[in-house]
Design a protein around this ligand. Structure first.
Ligand code: UTP
Length: 294
């Protein structure tokens, strides 16, 4: 029987250059989408998928992430004294629900390297990776969808989505063959190869890799064997290619909508759509948008 996935790795040591100057002194992962830091959406998705052991890879200037998930005695005391019980429950809840660990990457040497530094913390068991700037709104949490595939096949699974031809060269792209699963042939694929940011017109498919993965622990051996690729970075896609020589890797076209919150436009789109969905804000916000008469 497959071992259960209990741990999720959140690489958060990148420099967030696309979001400067906001990310000069503030981690990208703590930028608020409406009123919640980006990374909390990912942590809540992990929790809703049955994974409560969270490992965050941090770097310079990322202390706000640790503070966010820690208890804040002074704030809790003050909220209690002012009778603000709803707000008190809001700030306490997430720190009560998850077990957080942090490890430093040292230098931002790429996503493959960031995942690699968690080897000892993860141990010899399968694990998930979540990139917090890919926020996914879905009926069934995106990670849960991948875990269902992992439970069935006992093999690595990566999330993919269809991307138009003129945008595909910004992504990692899979060359993959459809596999029948649950009566459909257009969601699950067996990966034959992966290409990082293919030149325009040379992408092997329109299926782009999105920031959700489930890996067996053997991925760490593949990371250990990595050579630095483009820009001196250790690429996760190279490690996945080497994992494919050891066993099958699946790609799952998840159900749901993904927002690229590491990018300013994607972040704005997510902000508008998430605010419109909110019970407390949706009505007045919709009225505000209407009167802009764009
Ligand atoms: P990105 O490609 O979004 O890089 O990394 P970035 O540095 O955060 O942002 P830009 O492109 O400069 O604006 C994807 C994820 O991998 C993490 C990032 O924190 C992000 O969550 N990452 C990337 C690391 O943890 N370490 C690295 O060396 C690189």
């Amino acid at each position: 029987m497959n071992r259960k996935v209990r741990k999720a790795v959140f690489p958060a040591a990148g420099m967030g250059t696309r979001f400067l100057p906001a990310t000069k002194a503030q981690p990208k992962e703590t930028l608020p989408l409406v009123d919640k830091p980006l990374i909390q959406y990912g942590v809540e998705e992990a929790l809703a998928s049955g994974v409560d052991n969270i490992i965050v890879v941090t770097g310079r200037g990322k202390a706000a992430i640790e503070d966010h998930f820690d208890r804040n005695g002074e704030l809790e005391h003050e909220l209690l004294a002012r009778g603000k019980s709803e707000e008190l429950a809001l700030v306490k809840r997430i720190s009560d629900l998850v077990r957080m660990s942090y490890i430093r990457q040292g230098e931002p040497l790429g996503l493959g390297h960031a995942v690699g530094v968690t080897k000892e913390l993860v141990g010899e068991e399968p694990f998930a990776v979540i990139l917090a700037d890919d926020v996914i709104s879905a009926e069934v949490p995106a990670l849960k969808q991948l875990l269902d595939i992992y439970d069935h096949f006992g093999a690595a699974v990566i999330a993919v989505m269809e991307v138009p031809e003129d945008k595909i060269s910004s992504y990692g792209v899979v060359d993959a063959t459809p596999v029948e699963f649950n009566g459909t042939k257009d969601r699950l694929f067996r990966v034959n190869d992966l290409v990082e940011k293919p030149p325009q017109g040379e992408a092997p498919s329109n299926l782009a890799i999105i920031g959700r993965y489930v890996f067996p622990y053997e991925l760490f051996d593949c990371i250990d064997g990595l050579q630095p690729g483009a820009g001196g970075e250790y690429q996760l896609t190279d490690a996945i290619r080497s994992l494919m020589r050891r066993g099958p890797v699946y790609a799952y076209r998840f159900e749901g909508k993904r927002y690229d919150c590491g990018d300013k436009l994607g972040f704005l789109q997510a902000t508008v759509e998430f605010a419109l969905e909110r019970e407390d804000l949706g009505g007045p916000f919709r009225e505000y948008l209407k009167q802009l008469k764009l």
